[in-house]
Ligand binder design. Structure first.
Ligand code: PLP
Length: 355
């Protein structure tokens, strides 16, 4: 079997050992004669997997006891709605907008309650002093890594209201001081497991503030009170996330992921910057994403050829997001340094052959 080098933005590369373990356990989990897919979410065994996954996450991020860890469905998009439903009652959701996903979250919040832009910049993260809260701000929302635009916050904003972060595309890629946040959410499908699972980490005292008319499944408190099992949770996705969390701990945890992501992204940014304009990236240097390296070829007529020849070398899914065009290499935790070196070597040779 020859696997590709998968640079997809999400769903994305998974650790091979996780896939192999899941395959080995698929029809008979731990000698019980049944698959996880066939197991009740109320069973002692599944509750064991669930609780262990929560505690592995707590260990990976050092999540304090006063924070609830919840597993939801509906992806980042549902969080765009649930955040204002739960937290903007009687106030105004403030949004730092600097890319596709923070903009989408802001637009959704405007449909639900009062929402304002606390900052709006392009091709970078706003500086701390550019973030201006409204007087009645109930929270500040930002997206720590703009997946489409390839922009990261290199710092955590400090504000006087609860801080809410969409960490969908840099989840578990670096240490995070959870105490600085009111709520963190992330779709699992980049660094944590299959699509269909969303992780929410929220400060307990902020829950229970949704308007009483809020539908049960859209109130975070429902999940907090029921160990995320008010309804049937995505059991298989939670099981895979459990295997990924164990793999992460085995690899050295989020600090090690950060170390690797610095190396991986630097290989590509150095190559792009030294290509004499053959490739370019317009994001301000300090804001360049370590997870999603976006770049363009100066001669766009070479785009299709670039993607085609890459695929012949098993370098897959490097075409940019349909909104931006160009190229994007996503370097999530399961993408090895070696894979990035193969990509860099290909890019170098392609540039030499076409200069
Ligand atoms: N937020 C970020 C940063 C994302 O990268 C994505 C999807 O790629 C989303 C939100 C939307 O996630 P979903 O498709 O799970 O709703």
């Amino acid at each position: 079997m020859t696997r590709i080098y998968n640079f997809a933005a999400g769903p994305s590369a998974m650790p091979l050992s996780v896939l192999e373990q899941a395959a080995a356990e698929m029809t008979d989990w731990h000698g019980l004669g049944l698959s996880i897919l066939e197991m009740s979410h109320r069973s002692k065994d599944f509750i064991g997997i669930y609780r262990e996954t929560v505690s592995l996450l707590r260990e990976l991020y050092g999540i304090p006891d006063e924070y609830e860890v919840m597993f939801l469905q509906g992806g980042g998009h549902l969080e765009f709605a649930m955040v204002p439903m739960n937290f903007s009652v009687g106030g105004c959701g403030n949004y730092a907008v600097n890319g596709v996903w923070s903009k989408k979250a802001f637009k959704e919040a405007q449909k639900i309650g009062e929402a304002a832009e606390a900052a709006c910049v392009d091709l970078r993260a706003p500086r701390q002093d550019e973030i201006k809260l409204t007087e009645n701000a109930s929270y500040l929302y930002y997206c720590s890594n703009e997946t489409v635009n390839g922009i990261r916050y290199w710092y955590t904003p400090e504000v006087s209201v609860p801080l809410i972060a969409d960490m969908s595309s840099d989840f578990l890629s670096q240490p995070v001081d959870v105490r600085k946040f009111g709520l963190i959410f992330a779709g699992a499908q980049k660094n944590f497991g299959p699509a269909g699972l969303t992780v929410v980490i929220a400060r307990r005292d902020l829950l229970g503030r949704a308007d009483p008319s809020t539908p049960t499944m859209l109130d975070y408190e429902t999940y907090a009170k029921s160990e995320s099992m008010y309804n049937t949770p995505p059991t298989f996705a939670i099981y895979i996330a459990n295997l990924v969390a164990r793999w992460l701990l085995d690899q050295g945890g989020v600090k090690e992921m950060q170390r690797r992501s610095v190396i991986k992204s630097q290989i590509l940014y150095d190559l792009i910057d030294q290509s004499e304009g053959f490739y370019y990236n317009n994001v301000e240097k300090i804001s360049r994403s370590r997870m999603n390296v976006v770049f363009n070829l100066k001669d766009e007529s070479l785009n299709d050829e670039f993607v085609r020849q890459a695929y012949e070398k098993r370098l897959a899914n490097i075409k940019g997001h349909r909104i931006l065009g160009g190229m994007r290499a996503s370097l999530y935790n399961a993408v090895s340094i070696e894979a990035v070196e193969v990509l860099a070597d290909y890019m170098k040779k392609f540039a030499e052959a076409h200069s």
